[in-house]
Design a binder for this molecule. Sequence first.
Ligand code: SPV
Ligand code: MG
Length: 431
Amino acid sequence: MKKIYTCFSTDVIHDGHLNIIAEAKKYGKLIAGVLSDKAKVRYDRFPVIPLEERFEMVKNVEGVDEAIIQDNVLYDEVLELVKPDYVIHGNNWNEYPESVIKDNVVKNLNKYGGKLIEVPYTYNAKVAKIDSITKIKLAMPEYRRKRLRRLLDLCPIVKVIEAHSGLSGLIAEKTVVERNGELDQFDAMWVSSLCDSTVKGKPDIELVDLSSRIRTLDEILDVTTKPIILDGDTGGQTEHFMYNVRTLERMGISAVIIEDKIGLKRNSLFGTEAEQTQDTIEAFCNKIKMGKDALRTEDFMIIARVESLILEQGMEDALKRAFAYVEAGADGIMIHSRQKSSDEVFEFCDKFREKETQVPLIVVPTSYSHVTEEELISHGINIVIYANHLTRSAFPAMKNTAVEILKNHRALEVERNIMPFNEVIKLIDEL
Ligand code: SPV
Ligand code: MG
């Protein structure tokens, strides 16, 4: 009896899968892989049902003889283990970046003479509807909100990119690349005060108020499914913060990060060039505590941002504050720095981890952008935020286009650098 292997990364069995199963059964015994959560978040999207349920679902489909968990997007391990005579897959993996998976399967099959069977991918109205329902479910507040905590459990480091509009949110949502033969994508979005202010032509001084920030959040929530971390600036007055965290929690935001400053907030990267005042430990701990008390779910995270290194108050002060904020109930600590070297951030993280092994550490490597995610992981960092990079890349591109049109008295010269018009109109999926 020949062995056939296929892998499912799905929450619902639909016509497409049944077609693959029917085709597979013509060849022999079918072993179905169920892609684990950890692999699924790199490959396509977060599952809407737990792995155990997906496993049961696949195992019980008629035609599946055996189910196993596939813990990697790439097939090296599973093919080594199962050694199937055939792998069967839909023909929807011929384009980048999915094509790297096909290449990987072919490479592994070639090692022992296994064969690949490709069947036409089924995409009909029913399949499209299931896809759309899954996305809607993922975007619902109660599902979206808790996913940041899940990601912290699943990923060696949670990768967060800045978004300031529906369009930049879609880039964060949909960009998938191949790296060293594997697929990779961002896990969550950061709604930065700097970028949310800058795109509105305003300074980053808490002038863009929460109502406006909520409109930005809503725009992003409307077209994406990934979790969102809000840059909450100072959190404002404690009495207001208590109301605001509940609003954010209800909207499905996963976390707010508040910095331990008071008065007129200036962007941290100004450091001591601008006058900035740090809050007292007592008052900031009280803000955290009151915020936590106001929450109604276990999902939403209040993360405390320590500004001691920014304000040159020293490592001792930074650590003292971080431990006090954890004691007050902070769900994570963000340590910020504006040095070109990562030394002070790493020293902070190493010393923090000597005492505190569980509370997530968050960093924003804007000034020390040479550090890799692997280095951050080695210092116990759990979340990396690329805090302003989509805004900073859009600005020079727009400026250059404006300059070129003015210089040339026409738009022809910019055409080669801009998106073709017919691609723009197809960029956004319609219902
Ligand atoms: C932001 O992105 O608005 C931040 C990070 O708060 S920083 O600009 O570095 O202060
Ligand atoms: Mg900010």
